[in-house]
Structure formats: C-alpha cells, structure tokens
Design a protein. Structure first.
Lengths: 229, 156
C-alpha cells in the first residue's frame, strides 16, 4: 500500500478544527446515499437499461476481484469468476428487491460462484478454513484484503500513487484541503463546507477541480497501464 | 457534467440532478471514463487501489450485451432489433395460421356439402335398384331384424 504523506499536514489542521466543532450540530444525511444511488441503478437495470448495470459493473468489479482473490489464486480464473458473477447478478436482477445493499448481494453471488468453481475443480479455497469463508461472506469492504499484485502491476500502482501524491502537493491550498478532507477523512460536502467556511457548491467545485487536475496528470500513466493488458 | 460525476463518486448528488447524472453516466462513454479516473484517484488516496485488467469491464459488458434484456414486468427480449424480428415472425405465423384456418374451413364446408349431395344423389339414383339398397340396410347392424335373423338373444 502506498501512503500519501503529503496530505497529512492538511488533515491535521482540519481534523483539529473538526474536533472543536460540535458534530451533533451538523445535519447528517438520514439515508445511506451510496445505497440509494445503487438502488436507482438497479431499478434502471430492471427496466432494461443495460448501461445502468454497466455503471454497477464499473463500480464494483475491482472490489469483487479483490474479494475473490482471497479464494482463488490464478488471475485468469478470478477474472472468469468475476465475469460469471456479474452475468448471474444481471440474470437475477429482477429478484433483487433492495432488502440488502446491492454490493452485499453481489458479493454473495461472487463467493458462491467461486465456491462452485473450486468444487468443480475438486479444489478447496486456498489457505482458508470454513470460519474464514464465513467471515468473507460477511465482507463489507475491500480495505483489509490481501492483494496478490504482480511485480509489474505493483510498480505501476506505485507510479500512479506517486503521481497523485505529487499533483496533490502542488494543488492550491483550497483544492488540496477539500479533496483531502473528502477522500481521506471521508467527510461530507456539508461537513467540509462548515470546516472551510464556504458554501457547499464551492466545496463541490473545489473537489471536482482537484480531481480534474490529478486526472490530467494521470492520463499518460492510465494509457500505459491499459496497454499492459 | 463532470462535476456531477465527481459528486456521484462522493454520493453527494440528489433528486433530479442524480437522475440526470446517472443517465449521463450510463449513456456517455466520456462521463464513464471520468468516473473511472475519479474512482481510481479516490482508491489511491484511500490506499485502496488495486490494479485489475482494464479490459475486464469491457469483457463483462460484452457478455451482458449478449444477454436477453431483463424487464421487471417479466418480458425478456434479446434486444430491440431482435424484438422487432420476433414480432414480425409471430405476425407472419399468425397470418399463415389465419389463412390455413380459412382454407380448412372452406374445404370442410365444400367437402361435406358435396359428400351429402353425392350421397343423396347416389341413394336416389335410378341406376341402383331399391331392392339392393334395402338388402344392404337389412344386413347392417342398424337393422334390428338383423339381430333376430342372426339368432341373437338379448339378455333381458
């Protein structure tokens, strides 16, 4: 993993600022907005919009890949299982009623597909006992998963991280603070607006501009990265 | 538009703006490309980036395109053009069926009419004597006398 040290000082300043404010006074959104967005995409998919399902694929394929890399070592096998899992999810999309989050439902499909795959090969999930599999089925986020990157992909990841780090370092202060508070502290726009004492629209714009600046620097790297496959 | 995509990444878009943004994301490849890059930046900053084959989503979507389109009203179509072809095919089958039904109906009517006519003509024909006709009916099971003549004893 590649830490971004440059943003630490910014985070410290604003975190102290945040601590002094009463979080209770902030109006947190009552619903889980991520789940709401996923539900909208599911509903569009259920109405026959395949591209909406494509957005869900875009959003969750890496997380599903990482989850399954705990069960299966071979990269091409993982890719096949990820593909099959999304196809199964698409075929069953009309059965999804939103009782659970979409990704929980998808991950369960993925784990079952991987289990069936391993059983068909008379293999057991690598280095895992039943308890660990149960843990994984309750997996909610990809944060603590082990990765099995190749040396080449590891180098590319380091390069991308370094570029992001360097670009953030050279961003104007207000852009750097906005994106740091959002991405590393996970604050909402409203919280950031309170901390930075500016309108929410300004926060939205600053975060967007910061992303655009970083994206511009990443463009050549992304093209190189895509060519590797 | 990209600002909306940026807000979608942060789950900060609501209401009609969200619907608009999601539509754009689903239909516009450059919007999806921006989404992909913003997501990458987000993952990198959270130390959560994982390098996966960039063609994987294309492979998945290519297979999804080959799948029949799912509708929550229970209908499944392969795609719009196939749906039209299916419709035409069913219309053709329906029309052929209709023509066949008319044809069969017409043939049955004509055949039964001609049969009954010829039958009555035959019975009334002078070329066959009445005696032969009576003899014919007297030896059939429709004639009760036939049973008595054959020695059949009804078990009463």
């Amino acid at each position: 993993m590649h830490n971004l040290k440059v943003v630490d000082s910014t985070r410290k300043v604003y975190s102290e600022n945040l601590d002094t404010q009463s979080k209770e006074n902030m109006n947190f959104p009552p619903k889980n907005p991520e789940r709401e967005i996923d539900q909208k995409l599911v509903e569009k998919s259920q109405k026959g919009d395949k591209q909406a399902f494509g957005v869900l694929v875009e959003k969750y394929h890496k997380k599903l890949y990482r989850l399954l890399s705990r069960m299966v070592r071979d990269q091409s096998e993982i890719e096949d299982i990820v593909q099959d899992s999304f196809i199964k999810a698409y075929r069953a999309i009309n059965n999804f009623r939103g009782d659970s989050a979409f990704y929980t439902w998808l991950y369960r499909i993925g784990v079952n597909t991987a289990k069936n795959h391993l059983m068909s090969l008379s293999r057991r999930p690598k280095a895992m006992n039943e308890v660990e599999i149960e843990d994984m089925e309750n997996f909610d986020d990809a944060t603590d998963l082990r990765s099995y990157e190749t040396p080449e992909s590891s180098m590319m990841t380091k390069e991308i991280a370094a570029t992001v780090n360097e670009t953030i370092e050279h961003l104007p202060e207000e852009l750097r603070s906005a994106i740091t508070l959002r991405e590393m502290d996970g604050l909402s726009y409203e919280e950031i607006a309170e901390i930075m004492d500016c309108p929410i629209g300004t926060v939205r714009s600053r975060i967007f501009r910061a992303r655009e600046s970083i994206a511009e620097k990443l463009k050549p790297l992304i093209e190189t990265s895509n060519k590797r496959w | 538009m990209s600002e909306n995509i940026s807000s979608i990444i942060d789950n900060e878009l609501k209401g009609k703006d969200l619907d608009h943004g999601l539509n754009e994301l689903a239909k516009n490849s450059s919007a999806l490309s921006s989404y992909r890059t913003y997501q990458m930046i987000s993952d990198i900053m959270k130390n959560d980036y994982y390098d996966v084959n960039s063609e994987l989503t294309d492979k998945i979507m290519s297979r999804i395109q080959d799948e029949p389109t799912q509708f929550n009203n229970g209908f499944i179509y392969n795609n719009q053009s196939t749906a039209t072809i299916d419709y035409k095919k069913y219309l053709l089958v329906f029309l052929l069926g209709l023509i066949a039904a008319f044809g069969i109906s017409w043939a049955v009517n004509n055949f039964s009419n001609s049969e009954s006519t010829s039958s009555s003509d035959f019975l009334a024909s002078d070329s066959i004597s009445q005696e032969i006709i009576e003899d014919h009916f007297s030896t059939t099971t429709r004639n009760p006398n036939h049973f008595l003549e054959a020695g059949y004893q009804p078990n009463i």
